[in-house]
Design a protein around this ligand. Structure first.
Ligand code: SAM
Ligand code: SF4
Length: 328
């Protein structure tokens, strides 16, 4: 059984974008009330007193859009200062990053993933559901700033959607040739209620690899992250290309993570809610730490079974919670 030592923490369910594949504009969203979101203190109690004693060493902060959370820098600094923390990272859409990159870095964050689905302003705005002044430049500025500040690795997440941004695969891959940037192509997942589910909305990673191989060649990289990405590189490129292929190639057997939603639900698996436990309720009803640890331990024991059951049954549910609510 895998060692499960990686916690993804959704800090907030709100976002300043409405990406088609995550929080599509046509979907009515009921945001959490602020009192339903785990406070900084509750989060730190869980990290320090529950997850670290259970062997967790890697923490990724995500959302919704985590840069909307006013206490983000403090949360990072506190988690980073814990001696057991081996790795703290953040996933952001980058729109507010230009102004925050330095303070995040100074707080101890060194690894960052920024979503960038297109190099074309119009396509970008179409994907993120923006109708006003283009948001591409501000996002690009955020990426540049993160690079200048020294984030390493700097990863760019791309969800490839047929007919929308799949024609840009080579342009995006090319960014890794001269810069130590890591592009990760993600297969779209049927989570939430997007219109995209009505058609085949994902492209197998192997098709993308074939395009890149035909243009430049592609070699397996010896750099392996904590995560599910299969990592390759264009020969002699400075950066790498990761492929996250949850639809075409099951990686449940190497999954090492669980997810904590902004409202305190701990989920064993992105695609399965079975067995989830409400840690916020446990904290707020005064349950002691041993009780909460035991709940988490029980969930960790269930985790592999839950992943595989879903895969083997071949169900293709449309999951009611979006990525922004679960914490992507
Ligand atoms: N707002 C931040 C961002 O966009 O990077 C962090 C949260 S977002 C939910 C985390 C990651 O999930 C992003 O890289 C996004 O592209 C990815 N994501 C969201 N919905 C997805 C879906 N249906 N299929 C695949 N990836 C998805
Ligand atoms: Fe917001 Fe990230 Fe979801 Fe896009 S993917 S809507 S940026 S949470």
């Amino acid at each position: 059984m895998n060692t499960i030592d990686y916690l993804r923490i959704s800090l907030i369910d709100k976002c300043n974008f409405r990406c088609q594949y995550c929080m599509p504009e046509e979907q009515e969203l009921n945001y959490l009330l602020s009192e339903d979101i785990l406070t900084k203190q509750e989060l730190l109690t869980l990290v320090k007193q529950v997850f670290i004693p259970l062997g967790f060493t890697k923490f990724r902060l995500t959302g919704g859009e985590p840069l909307l959370r006013p206490d983000l820098v403090d949360i990072i600094a506190e988690i980073n200062n814990l001696s057991a923390t081996r790795d703290i990272s953040l996933t952001t859409n980058g729109y507010l990053l230009a102004n925050q990159a330095q303070s995040l870095y100074d707080a101890g964050l060194k690894r960052i993933n920024i979503s960038l689905d297109s190099l074309n302003q119009d396509t970008f705005d179409e994907i993120i559901g923006n109708h006003g002044k283009s948001r591409w430049h501000q996002t690009w500025l955020g990426i540049q700033r993160a690079y200048d500040v020294g984030f390493n690795p700097l990863k760019l997440n791309v969800v490839v959607i047929p007919g929308v941004n799949d024609s840009e695969v080579l342009d995006l891959a090319q960014l890794t040739i001269n810069k130590n940037w890591h592009i990760r192509f993600i297969e779209f997942m049927p989570i939430g209620n997007s219109q995209l589910f009505t058609k085949k909305a994902w492209i197998p990673s192997e098709e993308i690899r074939q395009q890149i191989r035909a243009k430049w060649g592609l070699e397996e990289s010896n750099i392996r992250g904590n995560g599910p990405a299969d990592v390759f590189k264009i020969p002699n490129a400075k950066g790498t290309l990761g492929f996250i292929s949850q639809m075409s190639e099951c990686f449940c057997d190497r999954c090492n993570r669980v997810r904590l939603s902004a409202d305190g639900w701990l989920r064993p698996c992105l695609l399965n809610e079975t067995g989830q436990v409400n840690l916020k309720k446990a904290l707020r009803t005064g349950k002691n730490i041993n009780f909460i640890q035991k709940k988490v331990q029980d969930l960790l024991l269930l985790k592999p079974e839950i992943n595989f059951k879903e895969r083997e049954s071949g169900t293709n549910n449309i999951y009611s919670r979006t990525m922004s609510q679960i914490g992507g």
